[in-house]
Design a binder for this molecule. Structure first.
Ligand code: FA5
Length: 346
């Protein structure tokens, strides 16, 4: 019987050493140490033996049981450890891998420039308002002192909504400039008026490096008692300094727009060559940035402002052209070509 226990011990331990997973280990435990397991059965069988024999065998059988239980516990621990390290290897995270940056959006250069320009005028007390892009002939032309058949209409190549042969003031068009908002604002308010109007405008033109058929303008209008040409110059000078630097010089030269009198074009001295003449300023030393002038008395009369009492100035600038100057962009078509290589630079 002792010999049997010895051989049982040898087989059980040899098997235990070969086990590779938890399921096989559990089977092993049931086979040897379970309720009907070999060792348990052997211990039960002891009761049938004579006392002397029972004592000696009992000690040996209990020692075997303890040995196998101990072996089982150690093997279980070893298997769990092996399993854990295999899992850690399998699920390892490589913390040295660079992360994937979330794609962040940004403001379009036009929007950035628009906010910058409106910010400068807002700091001088101008209110920012917006108006419709689909406009009546009346506001875009007629009320601005440009009646039908007036040759000045040729200055703005118009996209008509209702066909190429518009009939009168109720014809609809895509506004060719932001100036119609001068009329809309004055119709709805009494002086003093101080507004800037940013927005899209449309022209039926062939595109090239400096012309788009859709671009943005920022209109400005100030009307009150006693406003003079000096106010116009001062305001626009402040604007030029804020946007292009304090050392800028400005130049006003006569220009013609039917809704202002006198009308001017405003230029700044070229900041690329400090007025010496270069490619940016076509060798002139000056860069034109907007049209402006004193609001025409006829326009004031149209909105029932008394031109004997009130005077005002207005200006209109091309936003993309200003952005091109500021950021050294040499083709206006880049703004709306949706080329990310261009847009990501802002
Ligand atoms: C006007 O549109 C007048 N309404 C401006 C004005 C307002 C004058 C108030 C007096 C008082 P003009 O057509 O020149 O003017 O356009 C104004 C600016 O828009 C130009 O100086 C230029 O910077 C820009 N611009 C004109 N045409 C285009 C175009 N096709 N593409 C891009 N920018 C343009």
């Amino acid at each position: 019987m002792l010999a049997e226990l010895d051989s049982l011990k040898a087989t059980a331990l040899a098997e235990l050493g070969r086990l590779q997973d938890a399921k096989a280990l559990e089977d092993w435990r049931i086979r040897y140490l379970g309720r009907k397991g070999t060792v348990t059965q052997a211990l039960r069988g002891l009761s049938a033996l004579p006392l002397e024999e029972r004592r000696a065998l009992g000690v040996a059988a209990n020692a075997l049981k303890a040995l196998l239980e101990e072996g089982y516990a150690q093997r279980l621990q070893a298997l769990r450890k092996a399993e854990l390290s295999a899992r850690l290897r399998r699920e390892a995270l490589d913390l040295t891998l660079p992360g994937r940056p979330p794609a962040l959006g940004r403001l379009h250069p036009t929007t950035q420039m628009l906010r910058q320009i409106c910010g400068v005028f807002a700091s001088m007390g101008f209110q920012v308002v917006e108006g419709p892009e689909v406009e009546w002939d009346y506001y875009n032309f007629e009320a601005l002192n440009i009646p039908a058949d007036h040759p000045a209409r040729d200055m703005w190549d118009t996209l008509w909504i209702d066909g190429a042969d518009p009939q009168g003031q109720r014809a609809r068009l895509l506004r060719t400039h932001t100036s119609p908002m001068q009329i809309r604002v004055m119709e709805q308010t009494r002086p003093p008026v101080r507004v800037v109007v940013p927005g899209k405008v449309y022209r039926y033109e062939a595109t090239d490096a400096t012309h788009e058929s859709m671009f943005h303008q920022v209109e400005g209008l100030a009307v009150d008692e006693g406003i003079t040409f000096a106010d116009l110059k001062g305001t626009l000078y402040e604007f030029a300094k804020a946007l292009f630097g304090v050392e800028r010089k400005v130049r006003f030269r006569c220009d013609y727009f039917p809704f202002v009198e006198p009308g001017v074009e405003m230029a700044i001295d070229c900041f690329a060559c400090a007025g010496k003449g270069c490619r940016l300023c076509s060798g002139t030393g000056w860069i034109e940035i907007m049209g402006a002038g004193m609001v025409h008395p006829e326009v004031l009369r149209r909105v029932s402002y008394d031109p004997e009492r009130y005077t005002g100035f207005a200006f209109g600038l091309g936003l993309e052209r200003i952005a091109m100057l500021k950021w050294g962009i040499d083709d206006i078509r880049l703004f709306y070509a949706n080329d990310l290589r261009f847009l990501r630079q802002f």
